[in-house]
Design a protein around this ligand. Structure first.
Ligand SMILES: *Cc1c(COP(=O)(O)O)cnc(C)c1O
Length: 384
């Protein structure tokens, strides 16, 4: 056997060297520093799960389907099912006709939704807008699903006329619409009702709508007068990220779908004594516990407060940037503030994502008015 390189050799097996320990301490300080100017990604920095740390000492695993019993008893399925139930109610899933699981994030939920749609409609064509998250074209290639990209409106939502015209030409194949409920860069929301009426106008008999509600699935339900995007609006599956608005130190999310559809593709696996309905086999059992903790401790009222606080701060950010001559704007109901690409030091310090000639600030729960003022001040001293 070849000995490992000295670089990876432990001083005393089972212990870290002082040098390695110092390295972790330095890394920790750097993480703390970076967290102070983290405003460009739709991820909350405000959460506290220290009561759950004790569970990290066990090999918990939610392998397979959360709703069926399993030979592997070290799991958090009961908590996972409660989390799913909460999301099912929030998104008006039909009682007793929904299914889902806690995923590794929005991307996995979208992959699952597309996979399910493809199994139901193997000859379908997928339609999604230009502003769709970058992971979707990869998912479509992975699933080998034919697809057509539709133009976007300036708000970031799908161009309904382009969708209508494109669907009209392909009326012979069932459409799968990948709807964006909050696009990544501008938080544009595709109007599900309008998409439905286009399908109806064209007399398309069979279709599937999946909603990518990575961020806005956790904001719109708490905003008065926000557009309807969920099961009550006629979608068949949806994906929401858990580490975005709710916040978690480990990426996670939920996917929900109509049970009657899922039942048609479920397969039983003897080795784990459960149903292999999920994309991955072994699944994270800690993130369902975190989501459960957040839901139980915040409740609907807590999330409503958080979301509305983010909205008013987003409005504050738009006004603050406009005051200093920057053309910032946001969509109605959005916590994403869009503005022309600032100077490189600003992008670097505030970790801002860009697309072409614009950038955005994500006014997540940890982005305070003081932070917005600081960012505005930095922008004045670093004109683009
Ligand atoms: C973040 C995001 C995703 C991907 O979600 P992950 O949780 O990062 O995998 C997909 N779609 C949209 C619109 C997003 O904002």
């Amino acid at each position: 056997m070849v000995a490992p390189a000295a670089k990876f050799e432990a001083v005393e097996p089972g212990q870290l060297s002082n040098k390695d320990r110092t390295r972790l301490d330095e890394f920790y300080r750097d993480v703390q520093k970076q967290a102070g100017t983290f405003a460009g990604y739709p991820v909350s920095g405000e959460f506290d799960y220290h009561e759950l740390f004790r569970f990290l000492s066990y090999p918990l695993n939610n392998v397979g389907d959360p709703f069926t019993p399993c030979i592997y008893h070290m799991h958090t399925r009961e908590f996972e099912c409660e989390v799913l139930e909460w999301f099912a109610q929030l998104t008006h899933a039909p009682k007793k006709d929904w299914w889902g699981y806690v995923t590794n994030g929005g991307t996995e939920g979208n992959l699952y939704g597309l996979y399910l749609a493809r199994e139901l409609y193997p000859n379908a064509m997928v339609y999604f807008s230009q502003d769709t998250h970058y992971s979707v074209s990869k998912n479509l290639r992975l699933l080998r699903m034919p697809h057509i990209m539709i133009r976007c409106l300036p708000s970031g939502e799908i161009d309904y006329e382009d969708l209508y015209e494109t669907l009209r030409i392909h009326r012979d194949v069932p459409p799968i619409i990948f709807a964006n409920i909050g696009t990544t860069m501008r938080e544009g929301v595709d109007n599900v009702g309008r998409i439905q009426s286009i399908l109806k106008q064209l007399a398309i008999p069979e279709s599937y709508i999946h909603a990518d509600a990575a961020l806005s699935g956790m904001t719109l339900p708490f905003i008065e007068g926000a557009p309807k995007f969920d099961f009550s609006a006629g979608i068949q599956s949806l994906s929401i990220s858990g580490h975005k608005l709710i916040g978690a130190p480990v990426p996670c999310g939920v996917v929900l779908a109509l049970k009657q559809n899922v039942d048609r593709i479920a397969r039983s696996i003897e080795y784990v004594g459960t149903l292999d309905t999920t994309i991955t086999g072994s699944r994270n059992a800690i993130t369902p516990l975190m989501l459960w903790y957040a839901i139980r401790s915040q409740g609907i009222g807590g999330f409503r407060k958080t979301v509305n606080r983010c909205l008013s701060r987003a409005e504050y950010a738009v006004n603050r940037l406009n005051e200093i001559g920057i053309k910032a704007w946001r969509n109605p109901h959005a916590i994403t503030v869009v503005f022309p690409k600032p100077a490189p030091p600003i992008l670097e310090k505030w970790q801002l994502a860009i697309q072409g000639d614009f950038a955005h600030i994500m006014v997540m729960p940890h982005v305070t008015r003081e932070k917005i003022d600081q960012l505005a001040a930095d922008t004045i001293s670093n004109p683009s």
